[in-house]
Design a protein around this ligand. Structure first.
Ligand SMILES: Nc1ncnc2c1ncn2[C@@H]1O[C@H](COP(=O)(O)O)[C@@H](O)[C@H]1OP(=O)(O)O
Ligand SMILES: [Mg+2]
Ligand SMILES: [Mg+2]
Ligand SMILES: [Mg+2]
Length: 354
C-alpha cells in the first residue's frame, strides 16, 4: 500500500497545527501547567492535539490515536479551556480544499475536549494507531529553541507513515547545522520545514505553508566515508539523554566536532536530510520508558532517508507493546552503512558502566 492519502492528511493536519503552535510561540503567555510527572504542557500542546485528532477522526474514523495529552486540566479550568478554544478557532489553512480534507473547523469547545481525549488509546500490536506528539520538545518551545509537531501511523505495531513539522528549522536542507540552530531559534524568514515519509516510498521535506502543501524535495542521509567527520545531535536537556555517554561514544569514534544540541524530533529530521549524521540518545535514568510519540514519526523519516534506528543495545524499537517503548533503552540513529560501527561503540560504552 502506498498510504498516500494517510500521508496527505497527516501533512496537512500537522501543517494546520503549526499555525496554532506558532501563534503561541510568539506570544508572551503560553498558559503553561506542570503535569503529574512535573513536565510542562502549554495551551499550544492542547490546541495542536485537538486539531490533529479532529483531522484524523474526520478522514479515518475507525483509527485509534495515542496522543501525549488529555483534557483533564481543561475540564477543570474553564478559562484555560476558553484560551485553547480561541486558538483552535483561529488556526485555519487559507486553502478551502485543504481545510475540507481535514473536516473544517472543530464545531464546539465540547467537541474540542472530546477530540483531545480521543488520544487515550492504549496502543498495541493490532490495527492502525496514530502516535501523536502535539508539541515535542515543550521545554525548547518555552525556552525559545527547537520544537516539533509529530505524527506517526503504526500499522500492526510498525511505524509506516511519519510527519514532523519544525517551524524553527531552516527551510534549506543544506543549511549548515550547529548548535546555533538549536539555540535561540525563531520562526521568521527562511524557517519552517515539514518532513514526511511512507515506508518503502522515501522521505521528503518541504517548506511549511499556510495553505496547500508546497512541492516536496526528496531527502536522504549524507554518505560518510570517514566517521570521525560525523556531526552528532543530542538533546539540550541533560536529563533526557546522557551528554557524558554521548561524548564518550563520539570520542571513541574519533569525532572532534562538538555535538549539535537541539530539542525535539527536529534531530531526526536534521540527520535525515544530511545536515547532521548521527542521533545519540543514551539513557540517563534506568526507569524512564521512552514514549512511542517521541519516536514513531522520526523513525520512518530516518529509515526512508537511508538510516537505521535501534535502541542503545542495538535492539529494534518495539512500538507494539503500548504507549511506551518499555522493552527498549535509549535510541541510536545513523546512516545504514556506518550503523554497525556506531552501535558497537555504543555497546562498549554501556558495558563499561555495567
Ligand atoms: N528522563 C527522560 N529521558 C528521556 N526522555 C525524556 C525524559 N524525560 C522526558 N523525556 C522526553 O524527552 C522528549 C524531549 O526530548 P529532547 O530532549 O530530545 O527534546 C520529551 O518528549 C520528553 O517528554 P515530556 O513530554 O514528558 O517532557
Ligand atoms: Mg515529546
Ligand atoms: Mg509533547
Ligand atoms: Mg511533554
Amino acid at each position: 500500500m502506498s498510504y498516500s492519502r494517510e500521508l496527505d492528511i497527516a501533512l496537512l493536519a500537522v501543517q494546520r497545527a503549526t499555525l496554532l503552535t506558532k501563534s503561541v510561540y510568539s506570544s508572551h503567555s503560553k498558559g503553561t501547567l506542570s503535569k503529574s510527572d512535573s513536565s510542562p504542557v502549554t495551551i499550544g500542546d492542547f490546541g495542536a492535539q485537538a486539531l490533529i485528532i479532529s483531522s484524523i477522526k474526520h478522514a479515518f474514523p475507525e483509527d485509534e490515536v495515542v496522543g501525549e495529552e488529555d483534557a483533564d486540566d481543561l475540564r477543570k479550568d474553564n478559562s484555560l479551556r476558553d484560551l485553547v478554544w480561541d486558538l483552535v478557532q483561529a488556526a485555519k489553512l487559507d486553502d478551502s480544499a485543504a481545510e475540507d480534507k481535514l473536516g473544517g473547523p472543530i464545531k464546539s469547545a465540547d467537541d474540542m475536549l472530546q477530540a483531545i481525549d480521543s488520544g487515550r488509546s492504549a496502543g498495541g500490536r493490532k490495527g492502525r494507531i496514530w502516535a501523536l506528539d502535539p508539541i515535542d520538545g515543550t521545554k525548547g518551545f518555552l525556552r525559545g529553541g527547537q520544537y516539533a509537531v509529530c505524527l506517526g501511523l503504526l500499522v500492526d505495531g510498525i511505524p509506516t507513515v511519519g510527519v514532523i513539522g519544525c517551524p524553527n528549522l531552516p527551510i534549506d536542507d543544506q543549511a549548515p547545522l550547529d548548535s546555533s540552530v538549536g539555540a535561540q531559534a525563531d520562526d521568521k524568514e527562511g524557517k519552517g520545514v515539514l518532513f514526511g515519509a511512507v515506508t518503502g516510498h522515501g522521505a521528503t521535506s518541504r517548506p511549511l505553508s499556510k495553505g496547500a502543501l508546497a512541492p516536496a524535495n526528496a531527502i536522504s542521509m549524507k554518505p560518510i566515508s570517514d566517521i570521525s567527520q560525523a556531526t552528532f545531535c543530542e538533546s539540550v536537556e541533560a536529563g533526557h539523554s546522557s551528554h557524558g555517554d554521548n561524548a564518550a561514544i563520539a570520542s571513541k569514534l574519533g569525532i572532534t566536532k562538538p555535538s549539535v544540541r537541539m530539542d525535539s524530533q527536529a534531530k531526526y529530521g536534521s540527520i535525515a536530510r544530511g545536515a547532521g549524521d548521527l542521533y545519540l540518545r543514551l539513557p540517563v535514568s534506568k526507569t524512564y520508558e521512552e514514549k512511542i510519540w517521541d519516536h514513531a514519526a522520526g523513525v520512518v523519516i530516518v529509515q526512508e532517508a537511508g538510516g537505521r534506528v535501534t535502541d542503545a543495545w542495538g535492539k529494534p524499537l518495539d512500538f507494539g507493546i503500548g504507549r511506551t517503548l518499555k522493552e527498549n533503552k535509549g535510541v541510536v540513529a545513523a546512516p545504514k552503512d556506518v550503523f554497525p560501527t556506531v552501535i558497537e561503540v555504543v555497546k562498549e560504552v554501556l558495558n563499561a558502566k555495567e
